[in-house]
Design a protein around this ligand. Structure first.
Ligand code: ADP
Ligand code: ADP
Ligand code: MG
Length: 459
């Protein structure tokens, strides 16, 4: 405890995760140093931290993604640790490497872990090696459409093109039949080159109606790896998560044990350190699950797990980074129950989720037992168009799914937001939908079925 005192942490992020990380630093007795772009001069992470420095103009490339600017602040303000959060440089092996070259502790896995698991094609190889089922697909990657087509014929259609360096749904294309293959391949590869500087694409069999189930894992420097339960993130639009919950409403105990064990096997196999998530798709028909990727960082939806296990995962990340052993409570001490997270995005759900930045004129988040809001918003803040549209996360917790949903109803009703259009109304309608209530959904259900119902209701 003593050597933790007065250690300084550079918070290399913005938004709710920066605010959240500053809070966790404080409760550990660590000082936090924030950075902000000129667009974020009035953002809470800048004034909540012990110190804050402007690192550049609004575009991320010149501010939150500028390794030089971040490392300069870390050096000048004598930080010992760098907290990356999610997005931005959180999964950038070069940044992790540069931090350690400067004698800074990067709060995350080793550069080798990030490299190996961040490259999705490499991660598939690792999963296979450790006996974790992977989606049937191409063993390697392609940059040439003609070569890829030969592999596509072996896999069959429909199939999914995925950028090996991809994330956030970019560089992904569903190919329904052979005639579209070359065009979509070139699009995916081009998009991957632009977004990630790497055009390599691989092929997977496409499952039109699966669930997304993922496992939170944690490893420490002493070789211990544990799972912290699973999350079901099947409610998606365009392969992006909108709602996440734990436990999954559809797994049997035996299936759950299988998924958790597979995730731990992979993480232990690669000697993983820190917080990570192993993602799977789950076919409810055949009851099979397949590894899709590993995220080598804390995830947006980590609070769902926190509510169910009764432990702060950001604090755990910081402790593990400082060399401490895992301090996650044992499973029999977890509060359990059911938690659901709703991403509140500044997007207009009735107009194709178009971004809706601007001034927040009124802001009253819900309160009460089993209700948690993680946000950076206050009345009068200007939501910036330069960054991710997520402005808050509403997390509800109850003894079971039914009571969690009941809490979500009152919390979403009580949530008052004036100014930008948000996804609040989408979520409110969603949780009354009989298919959602019964969890008879798959990852395309929102687009294929629910959005029609939602717009028909004229919201
Ligand atoms: P999660 O699996 O944690 O929900 P997402 O894939 O939704 O993660 O991404 C987490 C956050 O990081 C989102 O806000 C997303 O916009 C952002 N993000 C994802 N990939 C990148 C990237 N390569 N560069 C910058 N931001 C990214
Ligand atoms: P990202 O890096 O963008 O998160 P993922 O590989 O995790 O990419 O895939 C994102 C989403 O796409 C998954 O949550 C799932 O809904 C869907 N998906 C991924 N792979 C497949 C597949 N082989 N078949 C069907 N859907 C898939
Ligand atoms: Mg993913």
């Amino acid at each position: 405890m003593k050597d933790r005192m007065r250690q300084r942490v550079l918070i290399a992020n913005r938004g709710e995760i920066a605010v959240r990380a500053i809070r966790s630093c404080r409760s550990l007795g660590l000082e936090s140093i924030a950075v902000y772009s000129t667009a974020d001069q009035s953002a809470p992470h800048a004034w909540l931290a012990d110190q804050a420095f402007c690192i550049g103009p609004p575009p991320s490339r010149q501010s939150y993604l500028s390794m030089d600017a971040l490392l300069h602040v870390a050096r000048e303000s004598k930080c010992q640790l760098v907290y990356p959060g999610y997005g931005f440089l959180a999964e950038n092996a070069e940044f992790a490497e540069r931090c350690s070259k400067e004698g800074l502790i990067f709060v995350g896995p080793s550069p080798e872990n990030i490299q190996e698991m961040g490259d999705k094609a490499c991660a598939r190889v690792a999963a296979k090696k450790f006996g974790v089922p992977i989606v049937p697909g191409s063993p390697g990657t392609f940059t040439d459409a003609v070569e890829a087509l030969a592999a596509a014929d072996d896999i069959g259609f429909p199939l999914l093109l995925k950028a090996s360096a991809g994330g956030g749904g970019r560089g992904m294309r569903v190919v329904e039949d052979r005639s579209q293959f070359s065009m979509l391949f070139n699009q995916a590869s081009q998009e991957a080159r632009e977004a990630f500087g790497n055009p390599a694409v691989y092929l997977e069999r496409y499952f039109p109606a699966v669930r997304h189930i993922e496992v939170q894992i944690f490893g420490d420097a002493h070789g211990t790896v544990r799972h912290l339960g699973e999350r079901d993130c099947t409610t998606q639009r365009r392969h992006q998560k909108l709602v996440e919950e734990s436990p999954s409403p559809v797994l049997t105990d035996k299936e759950r044990a299988g998924v958790l064990e597979a995730a731990v096997k992979l993480a232990a196999g690669v000697k993983y350190q820190g917080a990570g998530t192993v993602e799977f798709i789950f076919d409810e028909g055949s009851r099979e699950f397949f590894f899709i990727e590993m995220n080598t960082r804390i995830q947006v939806e980590h609070p769902v797990t926190e509510m169910c296990i009764g432990h702060d995962l950001i604090i755990e990340q910081l402790r593990v980074a400082m060399g401490e052993g895992l301090s996650i409570p044992k499973e029999s001490d977890w509060p359990g129950g059911h938690a659901i997270e709703f991403r509140i995005n500044a997007e207009d759900p009735v107009h194709d989720f178009r971004p809706s930045p601007g001034r927040v004129h009124h802001w009253r988040p819900p309160q009460g037992a089993g209700i948690r809001v993680d946000s950076f918003v206050y009345k009068g803040i200007d939501i910036q168009p330069f960054y991710d549209s997520m402005i808050a996360k509403l997390i509800v917790h109850g003894a079971d799914r039914e009571s969690a949903l009941e809490r979500a109803r009152s919390a979403l009703d009580a949530f008052e937001i004036d100014g930008p259009a948000t996804s609040r109304s989408f979520h409110r309608a969603l949780i009354d939908d009989p298919d959602f209530v019964a969890s008879k959904i798959h990852t395309r259900w929102v687009e294929n079925t629910f959005l029609q119902r939602f717009t028909d209701e004229g919201r």
